[in-house]
Design a protein around this ligand. Structure first.
Ligand code: CDP
Ligand code: MG
Length: 660
């Protein structure tokens, strides 16, 4: 690609252009009002359409108005996403004609360009939480900007409570004459539901930046699309061949989908005639090397249409100029959405209506545009209105563990924007205690600290951490990942008998966990052969999702110095004992009449007919799921010995004994 020559005249021209650009951003006309409001208030909420200039301009306004400085304290701007933090810092460094790491810098995990000179620092919310552990009152900052507040990630919610508390303490200290600067808080969001933020920050003032959004024509598909990649590809080239100029932004759920589609688009594009307008495919996702991310922002070469294939990173946190067409597959990878094992950030899920509108809006930034939704209007109507706050989605024990790991000891009186009930908080604490994640004074244990670093519900992270002691990490990883998907089997209604017969081959006498393991081992032996999967009624898609999760967990194990390949071979009791360290409360013992009574709660539970343990008798059973229908059914069940229980959870069972 041609690089423009860097002569001084050109640089000056570029600088001039940048200034002009800044001045014509919608937020510019509100500059004085914004500065005055921040000056006069402790906390301010700014609502504005994506691309109006909130993230890049407001920190500059604050600085220009002298509301932050090396003496008073600097500005921190949090971002839920790493790429956004890096990208925004670069942009603002450019706009302020400074080098990265000078006036403007960023801090993300494993990469820190900030320095003593930095006045505006973009950082991930995780990094600010980490700074909090070193500097309780975040004294180095005068202004903290919590950006992308509408996303309501667990970390952002944690920061809301913590920063509010810090502000109160600093204000008190300053009032008592201590040499402490009061803290200013700015909350920025792209969606309109600002009242909740305002209420939380003691009726903080809300500023609306009038955005500039041109009309966008929105189309749905008539039929649901079986393959969103295929549908995206077709749509991209229909736009390219039939519609006028303008770049295309395609929203896809994750890196893998983006890479696959990028290859396909390139293949198709190669077949275009030379006389036709060409196509340039630009992927954009968090893990992409920064040098490649830049392509997204560079103007397309002459006679070329850019097709940007992005995750929901392009939804509100990064604005790409030149977009006239949006293709929305309606899916996103989300954190904490798998209630089965509480895996975070890993599963593809339908987006909310407000996300869909945000995506649509990307087509109308500079002129009117068009949005193609690759789902039906009925599907759209069924979407949730807003993305549910993560703290409401993930297991509360996991959320509390995170809070504790971030230094909030008293999680009961923590200031939650969406406060869970006291009973559920207490229950979650009890769970953490019985898992030995916290001690009897509620402090995080060493084990708890390590559990907090895993993207799993605490029960499952405990199993994986303990698997090193039981010598069965390989097996634990396999089973945990398989438990994360709906079912690795499928049963066509007209072939029930055949499916059951095919499945019998994998059955393990000790139940479902080891049966799953048999399936995966067989799958690996045939290298996932599709014919074999079909013959054995294996749901390939779900197995692949599970393996994807497994890969991620393997990386977490490596980071925690747990060799992921350690296997117990044929000593499979080890696997079940290991699972008990997390699931000791999900157990039931055989009664003389042949029923099973749960160890906790003394409930009669029935083994689900789909389980390998159905109709069998064992001294005790352990299960991962309890389903309420007409009876209490348990699923994913294995046989255990009652003598294993005290070893699996000494704290819990000794307490029980003491209280009897
Ligand atoms: O935060 P908000 O969505 O309101 O907007 P912003 O991120 O501050 O971006 C303001 C404008 O700057 C966008 O409309 C983009 O056109 C431009 N921008 C850019 O060209 N390159 C970047 N890396 C970031 C922003
Ligand atoms: Mg922004």
């Amino acid at each position: 690609m041609k690089q423009p020559a860097k002569d001084p005249k050109l640089i000056k021209q570029q600088r001039q252009k940048m200034l002009q650009f800044r001045r014509q951003l919608p937020i510019y006309s509100g500059r004085e009002a914004i500065i005055e409001t921040i000056k006069a208030n402790d906390a301010v909420i700014v609502i504005g359409e994506t691309g109006s200039g909130k993230t890049t301009q407001i920190p500059q306004f604050i600085l220009e108005a002298g509301l932050a400085s090396h003496e008073l304290g600097t500005i921190a701007v949090t971002q839920p996403r790493r790429v956004a933090a890096v990208n925004l810092a670069k942009r603002v460094a450019e706009e302020t004609s400074s080098t990265l790491g000078g006036k403007v810098g960023y801090t993300v995990r494993f990469d820190d360009t900030s320095s003593n000179h930095t006045l505006i620092k973009y950082l991930t919310d995780g990094m600010l939480l980490r700074e909090l552990l070193m500097d309780e009152l975040l004294l180095k900052y005068k202004v903290i900007v919590l950006d992308e507040a509408h996303e309501r990630t667990l970390r952002t919610d944690m920061l809301f409570g913590m920063i509010k508390n810090i502000q109160r303490i600093r204000k008190d200290k300053a009032a008592q004459g201590e040499d402490v600067e009061p803290l200013k808080i700015v909350i920025m969001s792209a969606t309109l539901d600002a009242d909740k933020f305002s209420e939380f920050f003691d009726m903080a003032k809300i500023l609306y930046v009038s955005g500039r959004l041109f009309p966008v024509d929105t189309f749905f598909t008539k039929e649901p699309q079986a393959d969103y990649l295929d549908a995206s590809l077709v749509t991209i080239f229909q736009i390219h061949l039939k519609q006028g100029p303008g770049d295309i932004l395609v929203f896809l759920p994750g890196q893998e989908a983006i890479e696959t589609l990028t290859t396909l688009v390139k293949e198709y594009a190669a077949q275009l005639r030379r006389s036709q307008q060409q196509v340039l495919a630009c992927p954009l996702f968090a893990a992409l090397p920064p040098s490649q991310q830049q392509h997204v922002f560079d103007p397309a070469p002459e006679n070329t249409r850019k097709v940007i294939l992005a995750t929901n990173i392009a939804e509100t946190s990064i604005t790409i100029p030149g977009i006239k067409y949006v293709v929305d597959c309606g899916l996103a990878k989300m954190r904490g959405f798998n209630p089965k094992i509480g895996v975070e950030s890993l599963l593809v899920h339908p987006i909310s209506k407000s996300s869909a509108w945000q995506r649509t809006g990307r087509a109308g930034r500079e002129a009117s545009g068009t949005c193609y939704r690759l789902y039906t209007e009925d599907t759209f109507r069924e979407l949730d209105d807003d993305t549910v706050p993560e703290i409401r989605r993930c297991n509360l024990a996991a959320a509390l563990l995170s809070l504790k790991a971030s230094g909030v000891d008293d999680v009961l009186s923590f200031d939650y924007m969406d406060r869970p009930s006291r009973a559920s908080l207490v229950r979650a604490l009890e769970e953490l205690y019985s898992l030995s994640a916290i001690d009897d004074r509620g402090h995080l244990t060493e084990l708890g600290k390590r559990m907090a670093s895993f993207p799993l519900d605490p029960t499952f992270s405990k199993v994986i951490l303990q698997s090193a002691d039981y010598g069965c990490t390989k097996e634990a990883l396999a089973i945990v990942s398989l438990l994360s998907v709906d079912s690795i089997f499928y049963t066509p209604s007209d072939k029930r008998e055949q499916a059951a017969e095919a499945r019998r081959k994998f059955l393990h006498p000790d139940g479902d966990h080891l049966t799953f393991l048999n399936v995966l081992q067989a799958y690996w032996e045939v290298k996932g052969d599709l014919g074999w999967c079909r013959d054995h009624f294996i749901n390939v898609r779900n197995v692949k999702v599970a393996l994807d999760i497994r890969d991620q967990l393997v990386r977490f194990c490596e980071r925690n110095n747990i060799p992921p390949q350690v296997s117990c071979g044929t000593d499979t009791d080890q696997v079940l004992k290991c699972f008990l360290t997390g699931f000791f409360r999900n157990t039931a013992l055989l009664q003389p009449d042949g029923s099973y009574k749960s160890v906790v709660g003394n409930q009669i539970v029935k083994i689900h007919p789909g389980s390998a343990m159905f109709g069998k008798r064992a001294e005790g059973i352990m299960y991962n799921e309890l389903v309420f229908t007409t009876k209490h059914y348990v699923r994913n069940v294995s046989a255990i010995q009652s003598s294993w229980l005290p070893e699996a959870a000494p704290k819990y069972f000794n307490n029980m004994r003491a209280s009897v």
